[in-house]
Design a protein around this ligand. Sequence first.
Ligand SMILES: [Zn+2]
Length: 115
Amino acid sequence: MSALEQAAVAQLVKPPIPPELADLPQWKGLVVPFVQVTLRDGSPDFRAVHESKRRRAIEQRLCSVCGRPLGYRIVFLASSEQQVAERVYHEPALHPVCAEYSVAACAMIAGCLAI
Ligand SMILES: [Zn+2]
């Protein structure tokens, strides 16, 4: 991550971390999602999803943020109305609390969310 990108992340408003997520890895006040790519220096690349972790989350029905097993109530984040209509999602599901945190913490998700 470039110095400019690091500065942009540092300036983001960071929502409070819910108690359910407090034990997860964090970086500069943000929870590091389970499916995130980790760079060689140990920092997360919030722009990139780790493909094998994404696949594992889908196949084993794990939350893409906390990596824990999903329960009955789950949330899918969609980037288009078409995805919602067709019920075809390319990213793993999330717990409701993890989805709420992600929408508040991630500008990329908040900016392209369909529902
Ligand atoms: Zn979760």
